[in-house]
Write a protein of this length. Structure first.
Length: 406
């Protein structure tokens, strides 16, 4: 068995524990058990890690029928308390952004978690939210950058997906999971698109309200928000970085959609080809969430190879629970041989901006440097993909943190 870190057991032991614990905790959300699992200290540490990885702490705190070790109960209670406090802070920041952007004559759309918070989709202290995402028209990006300075946010760096703004004068506490003192970042999006796996699926036009007003605007409809959640989850499945909270979001919002909205989401095969794998996985864990007619329409629109490949995938295959770093994660989303070749090239010979994003992630999350991977050259990492089983850095970092919080 191969060791991944001197403070942890072998790769295979960690992977087995991640799968077992993840499966038990996500099942507790749909069908709570009466008795606590008989886990070792190591597995209870994995449980804490899984809660942070998948965003489950607040939901489990109000759902479990059993009590675990005192350290576990304390962890869940503290996480829920911090999430409640953070929700209050998020509302305050969003209110300031609304007033400032309205005064500047700029329309913005608060995205994903912020929109779900406004709709009250989850109970208080149930859903974690680390960032505040905003959609703005490209022509207003420069003006909004100046406006965000008036609410205490400065541009930090840009990625292919968004521009990151950080709160001035705040530092990151040494915290595991949710913490009220952890500063919110604002991520400014000029478009909403995901590479699946390299060709972009862009849904920006469908998200904007028909008549946007200066200040914060809601999505065009609940269906537009739902479509964004689907696309974001599809991107996570493709890169094997999905979190279970994304499926929970989908399952909780789904009952608010009308039959006409479902038809609009799944009826156009040309634009709905990527939706079935996400809906299938959501239906796997929440059987009553997705209407049968919508599931059937999405399945019919899905390319056969993608449908066949993803039919065998489970949460541990496409999420952070998967400790493996595959050479071509999500290759099955390629619709043509040429697209598959383009994807392979992007992995073997990444563009400069892709490498810059890794550097920015390391600078923003120093905990990732505890596992030697990104300090190696890209050529070395490629060789290790094919000759060994390098562990996923982000997951190992969470496992280490979970073991230390006892």
């Amino acid at each position: 068995m191969s060791r991944v870190h001197p403070d942890l057991p072998p790769f295979e032991v960690i992977q087995s524990a991640l799968v077992t614990v993840t499966d038990r905790l996500v099942r507790e959300l749909e069908a709570p058990a009466e008795t606590a699992p008989d886990w070792s200290d190591f597995e209870w540490g994995i449980a804490r890690s899984v809660c942070v990885i998948h965003g489950l702490s607040g939901m489990l705190a109000g759902r479990l029928r059993w009590r675990g070790p005192e350290s576990w109960e304390s962890f869940l209670g503290e996480q829920q308390r911090h999430m409640r406090l953070r929700e209050t802070r998020a509302r305050e920041i969003l209110a300031r952004v609304h007033e400032a952007s309205r005064a500047s004559g700029i329309a913005v759309v608060p995205l994903k978690g912020s929109a779900l918070l406004a709709l009250g989709v989850h109970g208080d202290g149930a859903r974690p939210m680390a960032d505040i995402d905003l959609l703005v028209a490209p022509g207003n990006a420069a003006a909004l950058t100046e406006t965000l300075r008036t609410v205490g946010y400065e541009r930090s760096y840009g990625t292919r997906r968004h521009i990151v703004f950080v709160s001035t004068g705040q530092s990151m506490p040494d915290a595991f999971g949710e913490h009220v003192d952890a500063p919110y970042r604002i991520e400014l999006h000029l478009a909403i698109a995901e590479p699946l796996p390299v060709s972009m699926v862009d849904i920006t036009a469908s998200l904007w309200p028909r008549d946007p007003q200066p200040g914060a605007n809601a999505y065009a409809s609940n269906a537009a928000l739902f479509s964004h959640l689907l696309l974001h989850t599809a991107g996570g499945m493709r890169s094997h970085t999905m979190r279970f909270v994304q499926l929970i979001d989908i399952a909780r919002l789904a009952p608010r959609l009308t039959r006409a909205e479902w038809s609009g989401l799944t009826g156009d095969g040309r634009h709905a080809w990527w939706k079935y794998p996400v809906l299938r996985l959501a239906g796997r864990y929440f059987p009553d969430a997705i209407p049968a007619h919508a599931m059937a329409a999405a399945r019919a629109a899905c390319p056969v190879p993608l449908r066949y490949r993803t039919a065998r995938q489970d949460l541990e295959d496409v999420s952070w629970t998967n400790l493996d770093i595959p050479a071509l994660p999500g290759y099955e989303w390629s619709r043509t041989p040429l697209e598959l070749l383009r994807y392979a090239r992007s992995r073997l010979l990444p563009k400069r901006e892709a490498l810059d994003e890794i550097a920015n992630a390391l600078a923003s999350h120093p905990v990732l440097q505890r596992v030697p991977w990104y300090d190696q050259s890209h050529v070395t990492r490629i060789l290790r993909w094919f000759t060994s089983r390098p562990p996923r850095v982000q997951t190992i970092a969470m496992v280490l943190a979970g073991q230390s919080r006892k």
